[in-house]
Design a protein around this ligand. Structure first.
Ligand SMILES: [Zn+2]
Length: 474
């Protein structure tokens, strides 16, 4: 895998430059105009070369329910999601392939899958997703989504907890399974990373968090979690711990430079200081936060406090797509309405840096990925600047981020391997994937979520909403 990218446009301090890039093995070996050719030549004329982005938080199997869940806040949305979660490994496999393909074709070279596990087949679910990602060739951070408390515990009690008979696995059993998954699948040199990923303080015990910290320290694994996504979680943290969720995670030692936290919508100024001190990373999922009515994460404040921020799509049923460029666009301009001082607003070049280097730093690879730098890994994306949605010629990065780029990814390399060429994934047959997704699904639907019916009155009451007819959705 030695090749030379010729005549690629890249961003430099003062605008753009046309350069050649030599890649030897999995590494960027040289970047300069008019380089000697090594290996094969790739003509990059009229194309923009950028480091690959991170889709830094998603749940691949949600693909099976995208577009179908009605407008509901997270706590009720989750109840419906889990009532209809796919329980077949073949579906896990196909949705991981689909998530990888959509990520690649919207500028991502890395995906962080906070993977929902099929009860009783937890290890097999992880094996299946890993296999799918390896077949596609995307860099995969597989974060098995674990929790050991009943779903209803995610809603504040208000002193009156309805019953939940859910029987999950114990923290000890879950940690044992995770240990096996680490032994078997954590292979950074092969582009597969296992993360410790308790879903969040709302559904996890101290014992589960402590076990994750221990495993993460022992194997140098990154830590991932949801954090303060909703107002209900903010109330719950006070009810459960008598402090903010950030103070709690800090107290139990979960926060670190290897810790990434999805959402972070409802944080106080003191919480933000803790994230900065611990060098934790915020994963911003703007479309999910809008879709579920969770709120607007104070991203400008995080940036001013020196907190590392990157972007995620979140799962496909709270977004309901995996278009990373869309998430980056909304996640950048959304904040202009939160601060009159336009000098704080995120520029398109800053968005690119957050999506690439921000992701790399958040997953402990800042020295290996995230920028066009000699010596770094060749995780690269080439954009076609002659595509209609990127014309006429203005500022390539400005239009890529602020426009509505459509099928603009020409080529993608991960670890120096070309896995997208002429706009098509080369490692798997995407036509077959489309046929299987079609065959294994049906037009929706006439479904009603039992769990939403069970939770809805309680949710309305603790959130101070007026009594209303219980709909039971969908
Ligand atoms: Zn999530």
């Amino acid at each position: 895998m030695t090749f030379t990218l010729q005549q690629a446009l890249i961003p430099v301090d003062q605008g753009y430059a046309t350069v050649d890039v030599q890649v030897v093995g999995d590494t960027i070996a040289a970047i300069s105009p008019n380089l000697e050719v090594v290996g094969t030549v790739v003509n990059c004329e009229n194309k923009l070369l950028l480091p690959g982005f991170f889709n830094a938080h998603t749940h691949s199997s949600e693909m099976w329910q995208r577009g179908v869940i009605p407008p509901l806040p997270l706590e009720l949305w989750l109840a419906e999601l889990y009532d209809f979660a796919p329980l077949e490994l073949s579906k896990v496999y196909l949705s991981a392939l689909g998530t990888a393909v959509e990520t690649l074709l919207s500028g991502g070279t890395s995906v962080v899958d906070h993977l929902v596990l099929i009860p009783g087949q937890e290890f097999e679910t992880i094996a299946t997703a890993v296999r799918a990602y390896q077949e596609v060739g995307i860099r995969a951070f597989v974060a098995p989504l674990i929790w050991d408390q009943p779903l209803i515990s995610g809603i504040p009690t208000g002193g009156n907890q309805p019953e939940d008979t859910t029987q999950g696995r114990s923290a000890t059993e879950i940690l044992q399974m995770l240990q096996e998954a680490i032994n078997k699948f954590h292979q950074p040199e092969a582009g597969v990373y296992i993360l410790t990923a308790p879903t969040g303080m709302q559904l996890c015990s101290d014992q589960l968090f402590a076990g994750c910290v221990e495993l993460s320290d022992r194997y140098n694994l990154c830590r991932h979690s949801h954090l303060l996504e909703t107002k209900a979680q903010q109330l719950l943290a006070q009810e459960k711990y008598g402090c903010s969720a950030v103070e709690y995670l800090n107290r139990i030692g979960y926060l670190s430079s290897r810790t990434s936290l999805a959402h972070c919508v409802h944080l106080t100024d003191d919480d933000i200081k803790i994230l900065a001190q611990t060098q934790s990373t915020v994963v911003h999922n703007p479309l999910s936060n809008l879709r579920l009515g969770s709120g607007i994460a104070p991203i400008l404040k995080y940036r001013q406090a020196g907190v590392n921020v990157t972007f995620g799509c979140d799962g496909s049923s709270s977004n309901d797509s995996q278009d990373l460029l869309e998430a980056i666009k909304i996640g950048s301009i959304l904040h202009n309405v939160t601060d009159l001082d336009y000098q704080h607003w995120i520029t398109p070049r800053q968005s690119v840096e957050m999506a690439a280097l921000g992701g790399a730093k958040g997953f402990n690879l800042g020295d290996k990925l995230g920028s066009l730098t000699v010596g770094k890994k060749a995780d690269l994306v080439l954009y076609d600047l002659a595509n209609l949605s990127l014309l006429p010629r203005t500022d390539p990065i400005g239009l890529l981020i602020l426009g509505r780029p459509t099928q603009v990814v020409d080529s993608v390399w991960v670890d120096g391997k070309r896995i997208v060429e002429n706009g098509a994934v080369t490692t798997i047959n995407v036509e077959d994937l489309k046929q299987e997704l079609f065959a294994k699904s049906e037009w929706a639907t006439n479904r009603k979520s039992k769990t939403v019916t069970q939770f809805e009155a309680h949710y309305r009451s603790v959130m101070g909403l007026p009594e209303a007819e219980i709909k039971g959705y969908s």
